[in-house]
Design a protein. Structure first.
Length: 141
């Protein structure tokens, strides 16, 4: 079993910095009305960014292995939160948007499927608590 370590340090109010095994610092903060300085990404937002980074990496690698070249690739991730505390995410949708010439639809669908069902550890963790859906759009360059 692999063990990961993380350190999170309080800077002031609700401003924190953290780093993990990769040794890169991330700033997290809250809005000023909650004692923050509005100087960093909200911790809950980092969950969505982690999801996008994880599944996006999978899709990019799978498409590269299939020798499919694209001009641009981004994901638009939307999430709904509950109204009551702890205001958890209740639904997350990932829209994969790939721009390029003659991108095969089947290859994109398969790459997304492999990421969502096999490779993306962030999806595997989150889907135990939250409904995750996805869609995709191919834009011809």
């Amino acid at each position: 079993m692999a063990t990961k370590t993380t350190v999170v340090k309080n800077i002031k109010g609700v401003t924190f910095i953290g780093k993990a095994d990769s040794n890169h610092w991330v700033t997290m903060d809250g809005p000023e009305e909650f004692g923050g300085g509005n100087a960093g990404t909200r911790p809950k937002e980092l969950i969505l960014l982690a999801l996008g980074g994880c599944t996006g990496s999978d899709v990019a690698v799978i498409l590269a292995k299939k020798k499919i070249k694209y001009d641009d690739f981004e994901m638009n991730i939307t999430a709904e939160s509950s109204d009551t505390h702890p205001q958890i995410y209740t639904k997350i949708n990932i829209e994969y948007v790939i721009t390029g010439k003659a991108i095969p639809k089947e290859a994109v669908e398969r790459a997304i499927e492999l990421s969502q069902k096999t490779y993306c550890s962030v999806t595997a963790m989150l889907q135990k608590a939250v409904e995750i859906t996805h869609s995709y759009k191919i834009i011809e360059a």
